[in-house]
Design a protein around this ligand. Structure first.
Ligand code: NDP
Ligand code: KPL
Length: 307
């Protein structure tokens, strides 16, 4: 598996960004997209814009339903709300040697992927990037953060992981293998539940929230609830990561999460996967998480209203 053949499932904010960068670095990348996105990509190209950049790429694309070969690596970059359909759509790309690396926030997707493709095929992954699909359909960077970590969720790591390393590193964004990827995914989950919870409950950026009396204490209380669940579940967030999360939610300059952008845009949000799952685990572990329960309920109402 020297020249790794990569299928990026979803050419949205994360898949379009990291897949686009890999393409720029001359990796063998194909995008699996649905018909609407295919039409737009053919018409405009895949554009990465913002922060002074206007890159236009013309990636190879395959439309869902037309996949007729397997790939070495699948980068899964769909929202959790689209996961079930996406699994069916990319399944023909998964052969006996294929590895699947998901970018999704939360943890629930791992169970769905393992149930379909088996333990050995599914890597853990943490994507950090501040991008959105703008009104023109372009991938718009809203901030400089960009990095990707990935790794085997259990020992022994698949030997093919070194090929994944070779493909993902040195491609224009920081990328690194993490041998404790499950812990890293939990740490990211706590981070995204904290920032997303603060945004969703207060309908403001963390900057808006910490600007008012009581805002910083509220933000701290959301972080504490999320961190307590991770700890009780056996995945305590390392002190440095927790400190970074606390700093981020108390920083007046911090914007909003992708969940908050979806919420403001009136789109369905990943409420069950980021909050419902966390609060269900809290209940099983005998923890009380009243703020996270409120976020869960609020996002259920939002998703019910937006259909
Ligand atoms: N945006 C961000 O800044 C970050 C997001 N994340 C996480 O990454 C994950 C992906 O989010 P994000 O990239 O933002 O989502 P987007 O909605 O921007 O992109 C998802 C893309 O997946 C496509 N898609 C859905 N179903 C299928 C399918 N069956 N086959 C092919 N393509 C499909 C959608 O295409 P269509 O146009 O057809 O609907 C859409 O373009 C989420 O879990 C999110 O929480 C993590 C870090 C940062
Ligand atoms: C960490 C952050 C805020 C950016 O990667 C994110 O994951 C999101 O917006 O969903």
């Amino acid at each position: 598996m020297n020249d790794l053949r990569i299928l990026v499932v979803g050419a949205g904010a994360t898949g379009g960004y990291f897949g686009g960068r890999l393409l720029q670095a001359a990796r063998d990348v194909t995008f699996l997209v649905r018909p609407g996105r295919a039409k737009l990509l053919r018409a405009r190209g895949l554009r990465i814009v913002g922060l002074g950049e206007e890159t236009v790429l013309h990636p190879p694309i395959v439309e869902t339903g037309a996949l007729d070969e397997t790939y070495d690596l699948v980068l899964l970059a769909v929202k959790a709300t689209a996961l079930t359909g996406a699994i069916d759509d990319f399944a023909p790309a998964v052969g006996t040697e294929t590895l699947v690396l998901p970018f999704l926030n939360g943890m629930a997707h791992i169970d769905s992927l393992v149930a379909r493709f088996g333990e050995a095929a599914v890597l853990g992954g943490v994507a950090k990037v501040v991008t959105t699909v703008d009104d023109d359909g372009d991938i718009r960077r809203l901030g400089p953060l960009q990095n990707l970590t990935y790794g085997a969720r259990a020992e022994p790591a698949p030997p093919r992981l070194s090929d994944v390393d070779a493909a993902l590193t040195g491609a224009g964004f920081p990328a690194a293998r993490d041998d404790a990827i499950t812990g890293a995914m939990w740490a990211k989950w706590v981070f995204i539940a904290s920032i997303g919870g603060v945004n969703a409950l207060m309908r403001g950026t963390t900057g808006d929230v910490v600007a008012v009396p009581g805002g910083a204490a509220f933000a701290e209380a959301v972080v504490a609830e999320a961190a307590a669940v991770a700890e009780a579940a056996g995945h305590p967030v390392p002190a440095a990561d927790l400190e970074a999360t606390r700093r981020t939610v108390s920083d007046p300059g911090t914007g909003g999460s992708s969940l908050y952008r979806d919420l403001l845009g009136g789109h369905p949000v990943e409420g069950e996967q980021i909050f419902g799952d966390l609060t269900a685990r809290a209940r099983e572990l005998g923890l009380s998480v009243p703020l996270l329960d409120l976020v869960t309920l609020q996002l259920r109402v939002h998703n019910h209203r937006t259909g």
